[in-house]
Every structure is written in structure tokens, then in C-alpha cells.
Design a protein around this ligand. Sequence first.
Ligand code: GDP
Ligand code: FE
Ligand code: FE
Length: 202
Amino acid sequence: MTIEFDGLAVGLTRSQIIGKLQEKLSDKRFEHVLRVEQMAIKLAKLNQANVQQAALAGLVHDYAKEFTDQQFIEMIAKKQLDPDLLNWGNAIWHGEVGAYFVEKDLQVADKTVLKAISEHTVGASEMSVISQILFVADYIELGRDFPGVKQAREISYQNLAAGVWYEISNTLAYLVKQEVPIYPKTVLTYNAWIPSQLKEKK
Ligand code: GDP
Ligand code: FE
Ligand code: FE
């Protein structure tokens, strides 16, 4: 399904955006963002959310994924972002810093969409419905194949917030198992989304 973005603050048409994505993304990643767009549309419909915002966020969320470290470092300086970002790398930058490239190059001015892109990898304590939709759609798009993805889809279709929790708890466990550094915001997201009955037991 193709959704146009004519109701949103966006300077380009969908087909112009597609052209720019194809310039910057490998074929494999381009196919991924098309699948995230479709999954975001599905989740938006299930949750009576804005379908145009969800589709746009899905389509452009990984726009900066193949940018160079130097490009991110320059943007961090230009926008005077938190200097701690310099201790991290592409995995964290392509969302949080990538949103500024989406704003500049793809002429996306919709703040809800930009925020969702910024939060798409590590989430946030408070997330709008569009942020939750992008976070989950990226994880369960139909090309994903990891142990638990079927369960992740079933849970997320039933209850979006439960999908956010499933994703952040499994991602954090995976990252710990990989013995990679945990970005502090990842932990904040985990703590904020623990279902309340578990929280009370602490
Ligand atoms: P993708 O861009 O579609 O591949 O998906 P994401 O944007 O969700 O994730 C990008 C990468 O960031 C994945 O490899 C995650 O495992 C990784 N990642 C997510 N959170 C953290 C974190 O807290 N620390 C580290 N080191 N990596 C993370
Ligand atoms: Fe990403
Ligand atoms: Fe992605």
C-alpha cells in the first residue's frame, strides 16, 4: 500500500523521497525501510494512529544508516548535541543524529516523525504512539528472522505497549549477552517500560 504524505509538513513527495533513499541506501536496506513502512501502516491502523506519520517515519528512519562517522561527528558539532554522543558509534548515531539529516535532506519538518526517528533504536521513557509504532515496526517487519520474532509480532498486534516492552527487554538481554556497551538511554527505556506489576515487586 502506498500512502502519500500530503497531510504532513514535508517538502518532498513520496516518490522524491524514494529517489533520495535509493541514492543513499544499499538495496538490502532500501527493501528493509519499505517493509518497515508497511508494518508501520499496519500498526497505525490497529491503534487508530496517524497513518501518514507512521508510514513516513517507517520509510525514512534509516536514511543516515550508511553515512560516514565523519558526517555524524560534524552534525553533532553543528547542532551542539551532547558531547557524550562522541563516545558511541553508528548504531546510536543513525537514529539520534540521523534525524537531523532527515530534516535537512528529506525536508521533513513534522516534529512527531523526527522524534520517532531519533528514538527508533533505543526508545525513550516517554514515547508518542508514532514513536512506539516505529520502534516496534522496525523490530517486527516481515523480513526480520530471529528467535522470538513470531511472538514479538503476535504481542505487538494485540498491544503496542506490550510490543515495546518485549522488544526493549529482549534487545537489552541480547546486548548484555554480546558484552557490548549499553547506551544509558536503552536502560532508561527498559526501566520505564517494565510492566507495573513487575515494578511493584522490586
Ligand atoms: P536497524 O537500523 O534496522 O538495523 O535497527 P536498529 O536501529 O534498531 O538497531 C541498530 C543497532 O543498534 C542494532 O545492532 C542494535 O543491536 C544496536 N543497539 C541498540 N541499542 C544499543 C545499545 O544500547 N548499545 C549498543 N552498543 N548497541 C545498541
Ligand atoms: Fe535503525
Ligand atoms: Fe531499521
